[in-house]
Structures are given as C-alpha cells and as structure tokens.
Design a protein around this ligand. Structure first.
Ligand SMILES: *[C@@H]1O[C@H](CO)[C@@H](O)[C@H](O)[C@H]1NC(C)=O
Ligand SMILES: *[C@@H]1O[C@H](CO)[C@@H](O)[C@H](O)[C@H]1NC(C)=O
Ligand SMILES: *[C@@H]1O[C@H](CO)[C@@H](O)[C@H](O)[C@H]1NC(C)=O
Length: 375
C-alpha cells in the first residue's frame, strides 16, 4: 500500500511538473480574438516569454511611447489612419527577407507619435487607399530596401492569424480610426499585410463585418493580386508618383469565384504542393472620389533618405514624384528566374507581369513558410 501511494504521488507530481513546463503550440484564444479596445489597453506584451510556445517568444512589445520611438524601437503595435498616418510591418534589421523575419517584424510608421520606428524618405513611390464599409486597403509601390527588406525578396504575408494563431509578427496589434465610433483609433483584430517584390498591401477589416472573408489568412501563397486587387497589384501596374485616397466598391471575397453559374471557393493546396493553375483571375473593382495629395505634404515626418541611396534627389520629402514613370511593373525583372518554372508558366494564362509576380511570390513564400514552420 505504501509503495503504491508513493507511486501515485510521484505520478501526480510528475504530471503537474510536465504541465507547468509544457511548451504550447497554440494559444487558448487566437490573437485575432483578443480584445484590447484602445492602445492603452494593450499589455506590455501580448505573449510574454513566461508562457513558452513552440514558435518562440514575442520579440517586441505593445506599449509604445516617446521613450521607445526611433530607429531601435521594437514596437509591435501599429496604425492605419490614412495616407498621412499609417505603418507597415518590416524587419528590424537591414537586408532581411520577410521569410526570415515574419515572426519578428516591427512597426515602421509614416508619422511620429506612435512610439515606433519612422519610415525612410524615398520608400514610397506610390500609394492608393481604397475605402469601403467592410475594409480599408492601401496598396502601392516601394523601394523595399528602405524598410529593411532584402533587394529582390518576393516577400510574403504578415497577418493576425499566423501558423500558430499568434500572428505575424507574434503579438502584433493594429489600431485605426477607420471604423471607430469616437474618432480615436480602435483595435482592428483582423488585418493582413503583403509586402515584397517592391509592392505592399495593408488591409484592415471592420470589426463585426465579414472579417474572415475580406481579411482571411489562408491564401498567403497566391499573393497581392488575389488578396489585394488594385491598380498596383493587377493589370500591369500604374504610374509612380501618385498618392490618393478613394471610395471603392467591395472586392470579391478572396478565393470566392463563380464558374458556370456556381459560386465556388478556392482552397490553397498544402505547402508541399505547387499552386499550379488558379481557377479564376482576380478582378479590379470600381473606385471613385479619389483625392490626390502631394507626397511632400503627406510624409513630413520621414527620416532623411540614407546617404548610400542611389542618385535620387536628396532634398526634401521626396517620396519622389520625380521618380521615373516606368511604373510598378518595373520591379525586379530578375526575380522571374527564381520562380518554379511550371508555376510561372501556369499563371501566365490570364494576366501579364502581375501574374508572374504572383506566382513567384507564391512559390518562394511556400518554400520559406515550410522552412519557417520547421524552424
Ligand atoms: C513606455 O514604453 C516602455 C516600453 O513598452 C514601457 O516600459 C514604459 O513603461 C512606457 N512609459 C510610460 C510612461 O508609459
Ligand atoms: C544582403 O545579404 C546578402 C546575403 O547575405 C549579401 O550577399 C548582400 O551583399 C547583402 N546586401 C547588402 C546591400 O548588404
Ligand atoms: C463572408 O463571405 C463569404 C464569402 O462570400 C461567405 O461564405 C461567408 O458566409 C461570409 N461571412 C459572413 C459572416 O458574412
């Protein structure tokens, strides 16, 4: 009797020790269901290191202020309030791929006052906000090396889902006044950013709207054209130097398409399976009431362009309207060689350069996502 009681005690003790030490794969509540209504409601870290996860700790923090603001900020709380006040997730260190940094990206903002890093002059070549009552979306063209992304990196998706439901970046929070009732920024639980190939898209979905439709997180490998259809991501691009805000019709929910009168839903194949032919082409919807603003008026807080920057006009806030008008499609021709040939070929059927970019984006993202997951 004594030995078995002792044995039981040991079993219980061992089990509770194991439970205390257990490394979790998923949180009890996914990041996109955690509620921190205002920035001041955010904890220091959404995922403090005291609770260990398979994918590692949150690298930055969510309380950001004048002390944290500047080039070494690891703030992981960002904003999207308008063309003159928004942030992008980008790597903390120069010359990094999105694949290598997706869990650790930090907020880089166009405006001071959020406790973040400040974006660099020359980063933006063009940008367009499309406003709807379900989401706001900003897309445009950039020199991605000015936000620490390696030249030529096709990039990937950063979102409030992530492979372990803790987001990419892990613990990233987004606020906006787009849908808030009191005019000050409120939490956006469902958001997604695609960045790479010198293009970007940031989309925030209205709380209570069709967040899992318009801001879904499952089509990471098919890229910007399908997730963020705009004049910059499909249809061969648009001229550089334009910064505008427009009202827009709703895009189709990414992945949903009609074939022979039937509404179908595209499912992305497993990471190991090539994307191949997509069953539909993304569509550019109508927009109106566009208001154009000079970049010099929008980006007054940006850092001076790095001195190593190639022959750009170095004076003033030049998110350069003077830039060549070669257009968005000029981004990195060399990248076509890195895509899987079958896939690049397959995607060519419908649209032109954009399709190529999408397929390369998809291929590389698939590879690194698999690697990142194993890491
Ligand atoms: C500023 O942010 C840092 C980092 O999150 C935090 O430790 C500090 O307490 C904050 N300061 C104030 C006054 O809130
Ligand atoms: C970026 O990193 C790559 C690979 O480590 C290296 O070959 C390249 O020279 C770096 N580029 C810059 C601009 O530092
Ligand atoms: C969101 O849109 C998708 C695709 O149209 C639809 O299947 C789904 O029911 C919608 N969800 C909500 C909550 O409206």
């Amino acid at each position: 009797m004594a030995p078995s009681a002792l044995y039981a005690a040991v079993v219980v003790a061992t089990a509770s020790y194991a439970a205390a030490q257990q490394t979790l794969q998923f949180p009890a509540t996914p990041l996109n269901a955690l509620s921190f209504p205002k920035p001041t409601d955010a904890p220091y870290q959404v995922y403090p290191a005291s609770v260990p996860y398979v994918r590692g700790p949150q690298t930055g923090y969510n309380i950001c202020n004048s002390t944290t603001e500047g080039p070494t900020s690891d703030c992981q709380t960002m904003y999207f309030n308008g063309l003159d006040d928004f942030c992008l997730w980008g790597p903390p260190n120069p010359n990094t791929t999105i694949g290598d940094s997706e869990g650790e990206v930090v907020a880089h903002c166009s405006k001071k006052g959020h406790g973040t890093r400040i974006l660099n002059n020359g980063l933006f070549k063009s940008a367009q906000i499309l406003k709807t009552d379900q989401y706001w979306m900003i897309t445009g063209t950039i020199d991605q090396t000015l936000i620490n992304i390696a030249d030529g990196d096709p990039g990937g998706e950063l979102d409030s889902g992530g492979q372990d439901a803790r987001g990419n970046p892990i613990g990233g929070l987004v606020y906006s006044n787009a849908f808030s009732t009191d005019g000050s920024p409120s939490q956006i639980q469902w958001w997604t950013e695609f960045i790479g190939s010198n293009q970007f898209c940031l989309k925030i979905c209205k709380p209570g709207g069709n967040v899992s439709g318009y801001c879904q997180h499952t089509l990471d490998r098919i890229g910007l054209a399908y997730n963020c259809p705009s004049k910059y991501t499909i249809g061969g691009g648009a001229p550089d130097g334009v910064f505008e805000t427009c009202d827009s019709d709703l895009m189709g929910v990414p992945g949903v398409y009609v074939q022979n009168g039937q509404t179908l839903s595209y499912q992305q194949p497993a990471e190991t399976v090539p994307i191949g032919d997509l069953p539909y082409q993304p569509t550019l919807v109508a927009s109106r009431n566009c208001v154009t603003t000079a970049s010099t008026a929008l980006f007054t807080d940006l850092n001076a362009a790095p001195t190593s920057s190639p022959a750009s006009t170095s004076s003033g806030a030049s998110a350069s309207p003077t830039g060549s008008s070669s257009g968005a499609s000029s981004g990195s021709p060399s990248k076509t060689s890195s895509g899987s040939p079958s896939q690049t070929g397959a995607s060519q059927s419908g649209s032109d350069a954009a399709a190529t970019r999408v397929s390369v984006f998809a291929t590389i993202f698939g590879v690194f996502a698999a690697v990142a997951f194993l890491a």
